[in-house]
Design a protein around this ligand. Structure first.
Ligand SMILES: *Cc1c(COP(=O)(O)O)cnc(C)c1O
Length: 368
């Protein structure tokens, strides 16, 4: 039996070990454990490649979600529109500001926030929309931007899954006033620990990012505003700087693997492969299919040595943590249906064609 892990970080580490260990050792030798040169060099490269002028390394994507809304002045009494179909950290950005997340249903094909369902959720308290580029596919930003501009609310991006993804030829992260990235180890660009980034083209917001990250001060011990410790560690900056040079090749590896899956799964009745939207360059952080009798299929694959995942099994409005918001089953039918049908197949750049063929064969076998 072949074993296909959901994600294999060991093969990637083995491939870059010779390159990444000296970079880590240099940080240890210089004792620049927090921020420092490797972090600022990585910030510059990462910002440049994402078409955004200001980029800051932070402690995690969740902290970046918080910073984006905090820097915009969002606080208690405000409402923030968040897709019901995302990882819960998107919503923590709002709750950590003391604001209320207001959920919006997703599109059946892209799984991203449905721009046609946004406007009905806007109230006089609404201050921002968070577009998540889920699974690595950009949300439909033009209609979202049009609504945000007309209704005078901020549009921000959660790019935790969309490093190097493109919307109409432009990279995510610079498509809105403020964006956040995650470098959690399993993301398309992962640190060797926690990490994230915030980005903006707005100089005033950039100044706030810098201050919030470091206790509300630009100058040490001169605290101009409330802040926190959201700094990136030096070792993570060094690791990310090395790994970022490989990201274009790794991204092409993911796209190639997605194409192989698409070809091998396309004629299995009932199985729906991911749709790359006409405006999108998808970077396949996750390869998510829809499958009849999903739970049984997942068990079958597990028994065949194939690890799969659910992203996400419980929509945000059905989470116990948000019970007090008063949502009920049926509020977001597209998201709820997806949660019952989706299955994430193994996806990482180093996945072999043999492994992909094996996974597809086992799925076909299940439906025979
Ligand atoms: C991973 C993730 C986050 C959180 O990032 P961390 O670095 O783990 O805090 C936020 N939003 C989405 C959509 C994510 O996938």
């Amino acid at each position: 039996m072949m074993r296909v892990p959901f994600l294999d970080l060991k093969v990637q580490y083995a491939a870059i070990k010779e390159e990444v260990l000296p970079a880590i050792h240099a940080v240890l030798d210089n004792t620049a454990y927090v921020l420092g040169k490797p972090v600022s060099e990585f910030e510059a490269a990462f910002g440049r490649e994402h078409g955004v002028q200001y980029c800051y390394g932070v402690s995690s994507g969740t902290d970046g979600n918080h910073m984006a809304l905090w820097a915009l002045g969002i606080g208690p009494g405000d409402e923030v529109l968040i897709p019901a179909n995302t990882f819960i950290a998107t919503a923590w950005g709002a709750t950590l500001c003391g604001a209320t997340p207001v959920f919006v249903d997703c599109e059946a094909d892209s799984y991203n926030i449905d721009p046609r369902k946004v406007e009905a959720k806007i109230t006089p308290r609404t201050k921002a929309i968070v577009a998540v580029h889920l699974y690595g596919q950009p949300a439909d930003m033009d209609p979202l931007r049009e609504i945000a501009q007309r209704r005078k609310i901020a549009l921000v991006e959660d790019c935790a899954q969309s490093h190097l993804a493109e919307y109409k030829g432009k990279r995510t992260g610079g498509l809105s006033i403020a964006s956040s990235f995650s470098f959690y180890p399993g993301k398309n660009l992962g640190a060797y620990g926690e990490g994230g980034a915030v980005a903006t083209n707005d100089p005033e917001l950039a100044r706030k990012f810098k201050m919030i990250r470091d206790h509300g001060a630009e100058k040490k011990y001169w605290h101009e505003m409330y802040g926190h410790n959201y700094r990136m560690e030096g070792i993570q900056g060094a690791v990310l700087g090395v790994k970022f040079r490989h990201l274009p090749a790794w991204t092409e590896g993911r796209r190639k693997n997605a194409a192989l899956y698409n070809a091998r799964l396309k004629d299995i009745p009932g199985v729906v492969t991911p749709r790359e939207m006409p405006y999108a360059k998808h970077v396949y952080h996750l390869y998510v299919i829809r499958a009849p009798r999903r739970d049984e299929l997942q068990k079958h694959l597990d028994a065949q040595g194939i690890a799969t995942g659910l992203h996400y099994p419980i929509p945000l409005h059905m989470q116990t943590a948000f019970k007090h918001l008063g949502y009920k089953e049926g509020d977001f039918p597209v998201t709820e249906k997806a949660a019952r049908e989706i299955l994430s197949l193994p996806m990482y750049p180093e996945l072999s064609e043999e492994q992909i063929t094996y996974v597809a064969d086992k799925i076909r076998e299940f439906y025979k």
